[in-house]
Design a protein around this ligand. Sequence first.
Ligand code: C2E
Ligand code: MG
Ligand code: MG
Length: 258
Amino acid sequence: MSYRLPMHQRLANALSYNEFRLYYQPVVDLRSGSIIGVEALCRWPQRDDSFAPPETFISQAETSGFIIQLGDWVLRTALDQVRAWERELGHRLNVAVNLSGRQFLHHGLMRSIEDAVRSSGLATDAIEFEITESVAMHNAEDSIGIMRQIKSLGMDLALDDFGTGYSSLAYLKRFPIDKLKIDKAFVRDIPADGNDLAIVSAIISMAHALGLEVQAEGVETAAQAEFLAECGCEYAQGYLYGRALPADDLAALLAASV
Ligand code: C2E
Ligand code: MG
Ligand code: MG
């Protein structure tokens, strides 16, 4: 009876039985409207055909330490998949991979990244890592050191869920990051909510002044996309362009978009 097993064991069994799935959500360049990359998002199908909520099982994996193995699987799977798409499509595609706090601070991270890059053959400048601002700020000095190592390999860094954690502007300017991802909580009620309009346009102006690019999450309507594009937001993802999809479905979307 698997539900009696401790969570760590359930997660480990799921990995060894190959139960996890990696889904891919398109990322669109708001200036051209074309898909320039994907964000890899982990899924855990259950026996009743539902999915375990990622926020829950990722945080359980984080607490139990299993995130190190799961994160390594996500990284390898994502890089291999995107390299395969590049070969099929004949053009490059970016991939964003989420790193949890424990994974980010783990001593084996750089080794895991280097191995996944080498075995996939994907160019490092096609790879972006996302960490939340809370993770980055939690141990900011150590974070800066790890970020520099990742940057030195030629990969990009994005601050995920920006605006929802506690962020220090003093650190923000010191982080060697490339992009801010505006949390979907601020995108949801634009253009109706005047406060959200102000917050979103201020985040975009600040990011640009700091030399960073901006990506909006949770873009569901054309009106949201229009406002974001007017503010100069470079990239977007959300149901307007496509949900996170299994690899085959995303491949069909990519083939149709060229
Ligand atoms: P996230 O990295 O901020 O991912 C964006 C979340 O927004 C995803 O939820 C995505 O499905 C959802 N989303 C995308 N477009 C829309 C939209 O238009 N409207 C709305 N309402 N939602 C949208 P998901 O897949 O449930 O993942 C939740 C969180 O779980 C992720 O947030 C990320 O923090 C974490 N996560 C998922 N996969 C991984 C992983 O492989 N590793 C790590 N460390 N964390 C992961
Ligand atoms: Mg993310
Ligand atoms: Mg996010």
